[in-house]
Design a protein. Structure first.
Length: 139
């Protein structure tokens, strides 16, 4: 044999200090097929599994609950304003310029209130969708 083709000497199992050397032990199954990766929530939705349907129903319930809360609050506020104005008949006789006080109250109180409610509904709906996206792992 030529010096270039000599087999390598086996590694020594003892160190210079006489203590045994560490030996790396590997499993013969280290090359075995890995387990399937964990199913993600977005994959559950894409494949329309039962779990994916549960997630979608949960999102829809949260959106519906938010809509009913806002609708109830606006309905209550808009319904109470005419009732209050009817219970106080003296307001209909008061005028600010050519308009009665009741119309001024409706114009100055109701529309800004509706704008504030719309803005807060939008923020809450975006928060619900953001929470769903975080659950999906998309954000």
């Amino acid at each position: 044999m030529t010096p270039q083709h000599r087999p390598a000497a086996p590694p020594s199992t003892t160190s210079r200090a006489g203590a045994p050397r560490r030996v790396k032990v590997t499993s013969p199954r280290s090359q075995a097929r890995r387990r399937h990766p964990k199913r993600t929530v977005s994959r559950e939705l894409d494949e329309q599994t039962e779990l994916g349907e549960v997630y979608v129903r949960s999102l829809m319930r949260a959106q519906l609950r938010l809509s009913f809360v806002v609708l109830g609050g606006v309905g209550l506020a808009v319904g109470l304003l005419p009732a209050v104005l009817t219970l106080i008949p003296s307001l209909s006789w008061l005028h600010i310029g050519p308009l009665s006080v009741t119309w001024v109250l409706v114009g100055t109180m109701l529309y800004p209130f509706l704008l504030v409610v719309a803005r807060s509904y939008l923020r809450a709906a975006e928060r619900v969708e953001h929470d769903f996206d975080e659950l999906m792992g998309r954000s």
